[in-house]
Write a protein that binds this ligand. Structure first.
Ligand SMILES: Nc1ncnc2c1ncn2[C@@H]1O[C@H](COP(=O)(O)OP(=O)(O)O)[C@@H](O)[C@H]1O
Ligand SMILES: [Mg+2]
Length: 265
């Protein structure tokens, strides 16, 4: 829906102990309706980058443009989903959480409810409309967070390791669900993960970052048709290619780490 340009973006954190680089000279583009994953080892700057695109942090130099307009802060054109289950309002029901952005936008109550119910249907939670977060599993809470981010119809969905705290089976279900949601909504998605298999399952293209201070090492196209089969030869080949860019020796055989598609960092 909306293309994004990231040009020579650098950010340094000022800490009491001195300056800590966040990311360095990062450049890449995201096409409208593209699903782009950012992978890289822990601490390379993935969250820093996503927070800049969200407008929560300002780059020290360089520029981020969304739909041709420079980002100067957060706006309702971007929905954000984080890893932490605590991102939901515990005192609001699923419906109340999803309605939140619409309330901020001044949408009347009846209309808010219709939209929120539709978003909860999209993430298959129509039966849990009136449940509070503490009565929902981790996977369900993340689905509420996705519905909430989509409710005010942002052009761009930004996701920072949204499924990293879930068990492996739930994570697989969530990845399938997200692929469906993306197919239905055609949002421009930027999805941060340190899980290579997840990136190969979800992405049109993958931005691979170097270790800290992170910059772009490679941008790799995932040419597989959808829905993708994580057990297919082609899928495993893509995974190996990504791991090689990340500096893992994929030819060394099936170590447990590689079989899980996970990076140590
Ligand atoms: N608020 C902060 N203050 C100081 N340094 C930070 C802060 N947030 C992140 N950093 C540092 O910036 C680098 C990138 O962090 P981050 O973007 O969180 O990486 P990632 O999400 O890839 O794990 C790391 O070295 C981290 O320690
Ligand atoms: Mg992070």
């Amino acid at each position: 829906m909306t293309p994004i340009e990231i040009r020579d973006v650098t950010l340094t954190y000022d800490t009491p102990g001195g300056k800590v680089p966040g990311v360095k000279d990062v450049s890449f583009n995201i096409d409208a309706s593209e699903f782009l994953c950012i992978v890289g080892p822990s601490g390379c700057g993935k969250s820093t980058l996503l927070n800049m695109i969200a407008g929560f942090l300002a780059p020290a130099s360089g520029e981020i443009r969304i739909g041709g307009k420079a980002v100067t802060g957060h706006g309702l054109d971007r929905g954000v989903v984080f890893q932490d289950f605590a991102q939901l309002f515990p005192w609001r029901t699923a419906l109340g959480n999803v309605s939140f952005g619409l309330e901020m936008k001044g949408v009347p109550k009846a209309e808010r409810e219709i939209i929120a119910r539709e978003q909860l249907r999209l993430v298959k939670l129509e039966k849990f409309t009136n449940s509070f977060p503490h009565h929902l599993s981790g996977g369900m809470q993340q689905r509420v967070a996705i519905a909430r981010a989509l409710a005010y119809n942002p052009a761009v969905l930004l996701m920072d390791e949204p499924f990293a705290a879930l068990d492996a089976l739930t994570r697989d279900d969530m990845q399938r669900l997200l692929a469906e949601v993306w197919r239905e909504t055609r949002k421009t998605v930027i999805y941060v993960t340190h899980n290579v298999a997840e990136a190969v399952y979800l992405a049109d293209r993958v931005v691979v970052m170097t270790p800290h201070p992170g910059t772009v090492k490679a941008v790799i196209k995932i040419p597989l048709p959808r829905p993708r089969d994580p057990l297919s030869v082609e899928f495993v080949e893509c995974q190996k290619e990504l791991l090689q860019y990340l500096g893992h020796d994929a030819s060394a055989g099936e170590t447990e780490k590689q079989a899980n598609g996970k990076l140590s960092a």
